[in-house]
Design a protein around this ligand. Structure first.
Ligand SMILES: Cc1cc2nc3c(=O)[nH]c(=O)nc-3n(C[C@H](O)[C@H](O)[C@H](O)COP(=O)(O)O)c2cc1C
Ligand SMILES: [Fe+2]
Ligand SMILES: [Fe+2]
Length: 400
């Protein structure tokens, strides 16, 4: 997958990363990820974003063969996170006259990360750079994902280079276009990328989507995942809904349990939910399923239930990890159920309730608590919690 044309003069020259275990050293990527870079060859030539440093060799080979002897005039940096800028050192070494284009924040970060002497051009909103027939316009989209983030639009081909926005996890399976891959099959990994990596920045993403609304878009080319040319609006709509934190009916129960007692409580809540009409109920053991996957399910479902045992005087560490992730993303507006178990001191419910007070959650009662094994009345209370969540979700007054 060295070079793939988007138009006569625009080429994808990205790479597939099958190697990295954890994206951002945090998120598992069993299906990998792609770093998409784009080359435009006109009177002048320009590269838009690059790739992670480890992939520089393959990337430089594709670039040189696609340039076919031409010089590289510009590198436009839409986003300087090192998964896109890591290859800058070899680029600068090979093309010392290449002009690096970015906004003021980009260039300040460029100087912080890389010690290179190439010329720079600082651009502002709506400024234009002409390559000949092709002309770039720039749209600042700060904090969608970093402060310097921007998008580049090429009007003659109606191509939007959108940076991380509209990206996803998952390598490109040979084809790169939405009409030649199974986009439905790729969507869970795209949503997981959104919820894990971009979800913290919902408002900036919404602002970015508003800003690009007037642009006619034939090709939507982000930095990760497929290039959209059949239905760019599909991914725009998905990102729009996810960033507005829209939910559908369904419940995610996430629990931590060492010896199965808290697990029994989780099952009782699940029974209360499903027997009262919530078919889309999922139960996750936080010790088995990485929080990355749980977060992606929580993102789109109406109810969240969290249960934990106590571990050395505190809530179980992996449940605390999930809570911290949720606190970090700022996800809110879900109906929330809580339960826990302990044996001699330190109920996990204090940390869970503390969590519930940090955001606008709708806490549904009861909050069952077991001392050692859950007695019948505790399991009944768990069932009631599930039942009350179902009633809340399915009542005609329930929002979304
Ligand atoms: C390593 C370990 C540490 C524990 N620390 C505490 C504790 O500090 N306070 C407490 O009340 N219970 C503590 N417990 C007891 C469990 O939280 C309690 O038995 C709980 O019901 C276990 O639920 P589970 O069967 O779902 O793992 C600890 C248990 C283990 C195995
Ligand atoms: Fe990023
Ligand atoms: Fe990225």
């Amino acid at each position: 997958m060295a070079t793939i044309p988007l138009t006569e003069k625009i080429s994808w020259i990205g790479v597939n990363d099958f190697e990295t275990e954890l994206f951002e050293a945090l998120w598992p990527i069993p299906q990998g990820i792609s770093y998409n870079s784009y080359l435009i060859r006109d009177d002048k030539t320009a590269l838009i974003d690059a790739v992670k440093r480890n992939f520089s060799d393959d990337f430089m080979m594709s670039l040189e063969s696609t340039l076919a002897g031409k010089a590289l005039d510009y590198l436009v940096i839409n986003h300087i996170e090192p998964d896109h800028s890591g290859a800058i050192a070899p680029l600068a070494g090979r093309y010392p006259k290449m002009c690096i284009v970015g906004n003021e924040k980009t260039i300040s970060l460029l100087k912080g990360f890389y010690n290179i002497a190439n010329p720079v051009k600082i651009i502002t909103e709506n400024e234009k750079i002409s390559l000949g027939r092709h002309t770039f316009e720039f749209f600042m989209t700060p904090m969608a994902h970093w402060p310097e983030t921007m998008m580049t639009y090429e009007r003659t081909t109606q191509t939007l280079f959108s940076g991380d926005v509209f990206g996803g996890f998952g390598t490109l399976p040979g084809g790169i276009f939405d009409d030649e891959v199974d986009i439905e099959a790729l969507t869970p990994e795209i949503r997981r990328y959104f919820s894990n990596v971009i979800g913290k920045y919902c408002l900036p993403v919404q602002k970015a989507i508003e800003k690009i609304k007037p642009l006619p878009i034939k090709i939507l080319a982000s930095t990760h995942g497929p290039v959209y040319r059949e239905a760019p609006q599909r991914i725009i709509n998905l990102y729009s809904g996810w960033s507005r934190q829209e939910t559908k009916p369904g419940a995610v129960i996430a629990y931590a349990s060492m010896y199965g007692h808290t697990e029994k409580m989780a099952e009782a809540v699940g029974q209360g939910l499903t027997e009262n009409g919530v078919k889309e109920t999922q139960i996750f053991n936080v010790s088995k399923t990485h929080a990355s996957f749980i977060l992606s399910e929580i993102w789109v479902h109406k109810a969240l239930v969290l249960g934990s045992c106590t571990y050395n005087g505190k809530i179980f560490p992996l449940m605390n990890g999930l809570l911290e992730l949720l606190e970090n993303t700022g996800l809110h507006g879900r109906s929330l159920g809580l339960f826990g178990s302990f044996s001699w001191s330190a109920s996990p419910l204090s940390r869970l309730k503390d969590f519930s007070q940090k955001g606008p959650w709708k806490l549904i009662s009861p909050c069952p608590e077991a001392k050692c094994a859950p007695a019948d009345d505790v399991l009944k209370a768990c069932y009631t919690l599930g039942q009350n969540l179902a009633k809340d979700m399915l009542s005609p007054n329930s929002k979304q």
